[in-house]
Design a protein around this ligand. Structure first.
Ligand SMILES: [Zn+2]
Length: 281
C-alpha cells in the first residue's frame, strides 16, 4: 500500500512502527507533524505534536492503555505541546531535552532529560538518543536499533528544507550533526514531516552538499559586493532560485550561514555589514 500522509489516518510502517499525521499542515510543516507510535504491547509516542484534541484522540484510539513513554525530538511548538496533555491522560513517562529559557518554546515538563546515547527501552526494543543540535540546540534523533529506523524530528525533513534560525539554530552545529549521522547504523529515516526516506546516508550527503553550495553562493555574493553587504542586500542574490514568498524563512537561514562564516573567519561583520575574509584586527 502506498504511504499516506493524511491527518487522522494511521499508517503502519512495519511490525513495530505506525505513523499519525497531526492536522497542522502549512509551509513549514508540510502535510503536518508526524507522530510515531513505536512498540506493540508497550508503546512510545514520538513527537505527539500540537495540543490538538482531535490528534490526541487519534493517538489514544490507536494505543490507549499501552502508552508507556512520550518522547520529544525537540520542543518547537509543532512537536511538543501535546506531550504535556498526553502525559496527564496516560501517566506515561515524558523524556527529551529542555529548551534554554531564552527560547519561546513549549517545554512540556520532562520526567527525564536524555543525553547522547541514552536508551529508552520499550519491551526490549531499544530506542537510542542521538544528540543532533543545529535546527534546535536541544534536538535529539532516535534510533530504533532493531530495525535501523532513525526518527529525525526536524533534523531531516522530507519535502522541504529545514530552517536554521539563529540564535538557537546554528548552521555549524547543523552540518556537524548531519556528518555525525554517518556513524549511526541507520537504514531508513522517519522524518518529523513528510514520507520515509530510503538510502539515508546518501540523503545526508545530499543535504550537506546543498548547504555547502548555498554557503558558496553567500561567499560569491560577498566577494562581488565591494564595500560590504547587509543581510537584506545579500538575500535576493543568494536565494535567487527560491520564490520571494519564502524569503522571510530564507532570511533566517542566511543569517545562520553568515554566522558560520564569521565563526570560521571566512567573513567578518561590523555594524551589520558583512565582508569576505577574516575581521581586520
Ligand atoms: Zn523544529
Amino acid at each position: 500500500m502506498p504511504e499516506q500522509l493524511t491527518p487522522g489516518v494511521v499508517q503502519r510502517l512495519d511490525d513495530f512502527v505506525a505513523r499519525l499525521v497531526a492536522p497542522n499542515p502549512g509551509p513549514l510543516t508540510g502535510a503536518g507533524t508526524n507522530t510515531y507510535l513505536v512498540g506493540q504491547q508497550e508503546v512510545a509516542v514520538i513527537d505527539p505534536g500540537p495540543d490538538d484534541p482531535v490528534h490526541l484522540r487519534a493517538i489514544l484510539d490507536q494505543a490507549a492503555g499501552r502508552i508507556c513513554w512520550i518522547v520529544c525530538t525537540h520542543t518547537h511548538t509543532d512537536h511538543s505541546p501535546a506531550a504535556a496533555t498526553l502525559k496527564k491522560l496516560t501517566g506515561a513517562k515524558l523524556v527529551g531535552m529542555t529548551a534554554p529559557d531564552t527560547r519561546e518554546d513549549f517545554n512540556p515538563g520532562f520526567d527525564q532529560i536524555l543525553a547522547e546515547g541514552e536508551v529508552v527501552s520499550i519491551e526490549g526494543l531499544a530506542l537510542r538518543a542521538v544528540f543532533t543540535p543545529g535546527h534546535a540546540s536541544n534536538h535529539l534523533c532516535f534510533l530504533l536499533e532493531s530495525t535501523g529506523m532513525l526518527f529525525t524530528g526536524d533534523h531531516i525533513m522530507q519535502g522541504s528544507t529545514v530552517v536554521i534560525s539563529p540564535p538557537d539554530g546554528n548552521m555549524r552545529q547543523y552540518l556537524s550533526s548531519l556528518r555525525r549521522l554517518h556513524q549511526v547504523d541507520m537504514k531508513v529515516v522517519a522524518p518529523g514531516h513528510g514520507y520515509l526516506i530510503e538510502g539515508p546516508h546518501d540523503e545526508v550527503d545530499r543535504l550537506i552538499r546543498h548547504r555547502l553550495r548555498r554557503e558558496e553562493k553567500v561567499l560569491e555574493a560577498l566577494r562581488k559586493m565591494s564595500g560590504g553587504a547587509t543581510l537584506e542586500g545579500l538575500l535576493p542574490a543568494v536565494y535567487d532560485d527560491v520564490p520571494a514568498v519564502l524569503h522571510p524563512m530564507a532570511r533566517r537561514s542566511l543569517r545562520a550561514h553568515l554566522e558560520k562564516l564569521v565563526e570560521e573567519d571566512q567573513a567578518s561583520q561590523v555594524d551589520g555589514n558583512y565582508r569576505p575574509g577574516p575581521s581586520p584586527t
